[in-house]
Design a binder for this molecule. Structure first.
Ligand code: BG6
Length: 488
């Protein structure tokens, strides 16, 4: 693909500033953008092109992993950018936008008329924008058209379906690129290769050898300035329905049958279909919800969730969710998957810990007692590394002790999630985007749990800020004789 137009709705917003412009700049420096590129930024307020370009420059300088030292390169990058004010509900505005897009296509020789629409706006505008793109003719260029949207894809099963119906009136499913930025994280993208391309792991990736799997995404931040959204969503919608289930899918989906990493999306949906349903009545036995109280994080006193600005002082919104999941597949029978995510926890850590069975333990004798289970630890954030916990013999004491084989990714060269995802979308590779089937299956699975939350069928546990969440989340594992690894 030689040329394209990127039409960015919400170009003066936070996501564009922090993620999209820096990602575009890094791709530009690495020559991964189309040779002829037109970027049209759209926002509510009017700005001159030069003002907008200055805004993009500041975003790149502040947030890009590469500092734009070379003025000439930066100027060349910025020349692609134009700006237009648009009220997204005003049909006339889209006709003017079409004229601008066409004028730039002519000017830059973008004869293919490939057009990518990135909706970096609140989800309530997705439907109306998609419709107007279609009606105005913006979506009827000679080349391809693609739509990029970000979660939340709905608030529950019903609204997600309604949103999808609206979008599919203007775009085919294979033209819609749904971003779940966890799928853009290099370590997450690595998971399938790790298992499918290493015969020793592939052979062990089942219930004969794996005792349990623990997936954690803990954050130290609280609700920040997003109370208006978060108080109506909670951790279950904000993190669990999407990011956490994606991590589960990426870990437990069937491995590729050949030495290929293809068909990831199909294999993920397959896995979701095998996820044992949790009924509303049974949710309390498998799901723990929590909310943070005041506490201390890294020596800083922080307020309780209910005292955060914009939060209802009587709010019962979950800022923590843990769950025990089972997969009804012969390969995973009897292997619990424990998942937890929360705000204001002790540390920022996104990781997957696979605990292997330890037959030595069951055998008698010292060796058994001293041995630790083998663990595969995939650290996704903040560092990107893998570690294998093994048993070794300490030559000084002659005793067995745990040793770790570590592999860390070279952090300074790591592309960011948005770079990988944008570059994939431009090339038309949808592997690491969520397709509708898996989004719908995830809502279907989670809806009874949402209902149980809504009807207060399970307790809301309090946990102090700076902790690992409520104790009840440990009980979930203790019931099978396990504990969370790496909490210290
Ligand atoms: C977002 C959530 O999707 O992911 C935020 O809306 C959360 O609440 C964020 O903080 C976490 O992302 P990351 O990449 O920092 O783990």
């Amino acid at each position: 693909m030689d040329s394209m137009t990127l039409i960015l709705f919400g170009a003066t917003g936070d996501l564009a500033k922090r993620k999209i412009f820096p990602a575009l700049f890094n791709l530009f420096v690495e020559q991964k953008l189309p040779r002829r590129l037109s970027v049209i930024g759209l926002g509510r307020k009017p700005y001159a092109d030069s003002e907008f370009q200055a805004h993009v420059e500041l975003a790149v300088r502040t947030f890009s992993r590469r500092s734009p030292e070379d003025r000439l390169i930066l100027d060349e990058f910025l020349r692609s950018f134009r700006y237009a004010a648009l009220n997204v509900t005003n049909k006339e505005g889209y006709r003017e936008l079409l004229a601008l897009v066409q004028a730039r296509e002519q000017e830059l020789g973008i004869s293919e008329q490939n057009r990518m629409f990135y909706l970096s706006v609140a989800p309530e505008f997705f439907g109306v924008i998609a419709e107007n793109i279609k009606q105005s003719g913006l979506g009827s260029g000679r080349g391809w058209k693609r739509l990029i949207i970000e979660k939340p894809f709905g608030h529950d099963l019903e609204s997600a379906r309604a949103l999808n119906d609206q979008l599919s009136r203007a775009f085919d499913e294979d033209e819609i690129y749904r971003i779940d930025h966890y799928l853009g994280k290099p370590m997450v993208q690595n998971l399938d290769t790790l298992v499918s391309a290493n015969p020793f792991l592939k052979a062990l990736w089942n219930n004969r050898f794996i005792a349990n799997v623990q997936i954690t995404a803990s954050e130290t931040v609280g609700v920040e300035e997003r109370a208006a959204y978060y108080d109506g969503a909670g951790a279950i919608r904000d993190m669990f329905q999407n990011h956490m289930l994606q991590l589960l899918m990426m870990t437990a989906m069937p491995t590729a049958s050949q030495d290929t990493t293809g068909n990831i999306r199909r294999r993920k949906s397959q896995l979701l279909k095998l996820l044992r349903p949790i009924s509303k009545e049974n949710a309390a036995n498998h799901v723990i919800r929590g909310q943070y109280e005041a506490g201390t994080i890294q020596d800083q006193a922080v307020a309780a969730y209910r005292e955060e600005p914009g939060v209802d002082p009587a709010s019962t919104t979950d800022t923590f969710v843990a769950a025990r999941l089972w997969i009804d597949d012969p390969a995973w029978e009897g292997v619990p998957f424990y998942i937890r995510t929360g705000k204001r926890m002790k540390e920022k850590s996104t990781r997957i810990v696979v605990e292997f069975k330890n037959p030595l333990r069951e055998a008698s004798g010292n060796a058994g007692r001293e041995s630790v289970p083998n663990l595969l630890i995939v650290q996704i954030n903040p560092d990107e590394k893998m570690s294998l916990q093994l048993n070794g013999k300490n030559p000084l004491s002659g005793r067995m002790e745990s040793v770790h084989m570590d592999f860390a990714m070279p952090t300074h060269q790591m592309p960011e999630a948005y770079e990988l995802l944008l570059s994939d979308a431009m090339r038309g590779d949808a592997t690491f985007f969520a397709k509708w089937e898996e989004v719908e299956l995830a809502w279907l699975w989670i809806q009874p749990v949402l209902d149980a939350f809504e009807e207060n069928l399970l307790p809301l546990h309090r946990y102090p800020a700076g902790s690992y969440g409520p104790d009840a989340a440990s009980v979930l594992l203790e019931e099978q004789g396990f504990h969370w690894w790496l909490d210290d």
